[in-house]
Design a protein around this ligand. Structure first.
Ligand code: GNR
Ligand code: NI
Length: 191
């Protein structure tokens, strides 16, 4: 498995609408394995393929406490690895087929918007259909953090980031700061 670089706003790839997956193959499972390793390394709870630059409708998620990146350091936890596997969820071609009328506010962050957090209002619960790691059709009722996270990830598949739910003033301010950061870190040294 490989940790891949996570792309950040204002990278235009994050505005792409991702393409449906035709079949869940071994190659796709390798991609999903890389996504899980990348997500754990970054201490995120979810990751959409487009965040590593892959334009496919694939999401991975792990809502369990983030103690992944540093195996070996926390000796009281290392033999929970099998349990952790069961907390990892894979969503291929997910579709939200129902949302509650009741709404919920959650302070969201995003691995592609590093360092910024703000409240986003979304339906409190939803139902999602998708193909799992083995290509089997599944249906899942989501509530709480799971509902928030799946909607945040579905947004990524449609070229939307949580900043798009904020006021234009807040969004412009954050994008401006991120643009400056990316310029500062991508300086090409003169020869
Ligand atoms: O790690 C993440 N935390 C988070 C917190 C609140 C709402 C959504 C998220 S998802 C985010 C990882 C990410 O950027 N996924 O696209
Ligand atoms: Ni995100």
């Amino acid at each position: 498995m490989t940790i891949r670089p996570i792309i950040a706003v204002p990278d235009p790839r994050l505005k792409q609408v991702s393409e449906p997956v035709e079949a869940v193959t071994d190659a796709l499972r390798l991609l999903m394995d890389d996504m899980v390793e990348t997500m754990h390394d970054a201490k995120g709870i979810g990751l959409a393929a487009i965040q590593i630059g892959v334009n496919k409708r694939v999401i991975v998620m792990d809502l369990s406490p983030s103690d992944h990146g540093d195996e070996g350091e926390s000796s009281d936890r290392y033999d929970l690895s099998e349990l952790k596997d069961e907390t990892i969820r894979y969503f291929v071609n997910p579709e939200i087929v129902w949302t509650s009328e009741e709404m919920n506010n959650y302070q969201e962050g995003c691995l592609s918007v590093p360092g910024f957090f703000d409240d986003v209002e979304r339906p409190k619960a939803c139902k999602v259909t998708y193909l799992d790691y083995h290509g089997q059709p599944q249906e899942l009722d989501c509530d709480g953090l799971l509902a928030t996270c799946i909607q945040h990830e579905m947004d990524h598949l449609n070229g939307v980031v949580f900043l798009d739910h904020l006021s234009r003033l807040k969004r412009d301010m954050i994008v401006k700061k991120l643009r400056k950061q990316s310029k500062d870190t991508n300086v090409v040294e003169p020869l």
